[in-house]
Design a protein around this ligand. Sequence first.
Ligand SMILES: [Zn+2]
Length: 66
Amino acid sequence: MVRHIIRKCTRCGRYTLKERCPICGSETIDPHPPRFSPEDRYVSYRVKAVYKEKVESRGSESSTTN
Ligand SMILES: [Zn+2]
């Protein structure tokens, strides 16, 4: 599987597919790391919200049986 991941030079800001900048030889970084994507953050937020909802509904259930 070939993945074309755009990377960005930390020194000159040039976009490249290499791990080293072909222009200045500096290290390049992934400008969009998956773990920092807002979409991922939104998903984890939704998971937490659903979990909280379940806990709250379970809590109200036990209180009504008491
Ligand atoms: Zn560079």
